[in-house]
Write a protein that binds this ligand. Structure first.
Ligand code: DGL
Length: 276
């Protein structure tokens, strides 16, 4: 259905606790330029990563519902924490709507890139506690050695727009050096939070050139494309792709910080404020 006049022109709904999921939206937009996209950042409730699974599940369901009410044809949970804690719940609640999470694609990217099978997952406390990455990696690569480090401060740095420089590097060093020392065979760091790819350069300097950094954005975009194609739901050839941005609070901040993640300017007027 990828290149016909038929198909489904409804938008794809993408959500995260904040602006981090825009890294995933960006990858989807690059891969599928004809698709309309609606993004919701639950900025009123950020961060999700330090909250309990019960609360994250409730917030994720509310965020997803706003998108479902706008008629989306697919939901993308562009948040590792919400994926780790709420994916099966959202699949059940919104069935038969396809729901795509970012953990499986991230695990797939890591397993494809790691040679030694020794990997470090850096993520929020909630994602680490859930063990979702460990299970997803071990299912694909039995015998893998999976370390994990909660790096909650990275979320605050990224939301603040502090994506590089000595402070980011010092924080990265504090979180990552003990892990690197503990396992010299580590050759892959999984950026298991959608806020982290913007910190890539600082993290790369800390881990050094022998360690690959992977994230789930590009692989998630591929999974989205495959799922749409296999269900005959891709946008028709002549579709005029639209992008709508929503936040649950602080649109000025969303626009400012979001531009770094989206890789394009966002005007405050483009950001609709919604309540959950
Ligand atoms: N971007 C979210 C993730 O991928 C989490 C940030 C947060 O709200 O703590 O987990």
């Amino acid at each position: 259905m990828a290149d016909t006049d038929d198909g489904d022109s409804a938008p794809i709904g993408v959500f995260d606790s904040g602006v981090g999921g825009l890294t995933v939206l960006r990858a989807i937009r690059e891969r599928l330029p004809r698709e309309s996209l609606i993004y919701l950042g639950d900025t009123a409730r950020l961060p999700y990563g330090t909250k309990s699974p019960r609360v994250v599940t409730r917030y994720a369901e509310r965020s997803a519902r706003v998108l479902v009410e706008r008629g989306v044809k697919m939901l993308v949970i562009a948040c590792n924490t919400a994926t780790a804690e709420a994916l099966p719940h959202l699949e059940r609640v919104f069935a038969p709507l396809p729901v795509i999470g970012v953990v499986e694609p991230g695990a797939e990217a890591a397993c494809a890139r790691s040679r030694s099978g020794h990997m470090l997952v850096v993520a929020t406390e909630g994602t680490v506690r859930s063990g979702a990455y460990r299970r997803a990696i071990e299912a694909r690569r039995p015998g893998a050695v999976v370390h994990s480090a909660p790096c909650s401060l990275f979320v605050a740095l990224a939301e603040e727009g502090w994506v590089d420089g000595p402070i980011v590097e010092a924080v990265a060093r504090r979180y990552l050096e003990p892990e690197l020392l503990e396992d010299p065979a580590l050759d892959c760091v999984v950026l298991g939070c959608t806020h982290f790819p913007v910190l890539r350069d600082a993290i790369a300097r800390v881990v050094g050139p022998a360690v690959e950094l992977v994230d789930s954005a590009v692989t998630t975009a591929r999974v989205v494309a495959d799922r749409l194609r296999s269900r005959g739901m891709s946008a028709p050839r002549a579709n005029a792709a639209a992008l709508s941005l929503m936040a649950t609070d602080a649109p000025t901040r969303f626009a400012r910080a979001g531009a770094v993640f989206l890789g394009a300017a966002i005007s405050e007027d483009e950001v609709e404020v919604v309540d959950l």
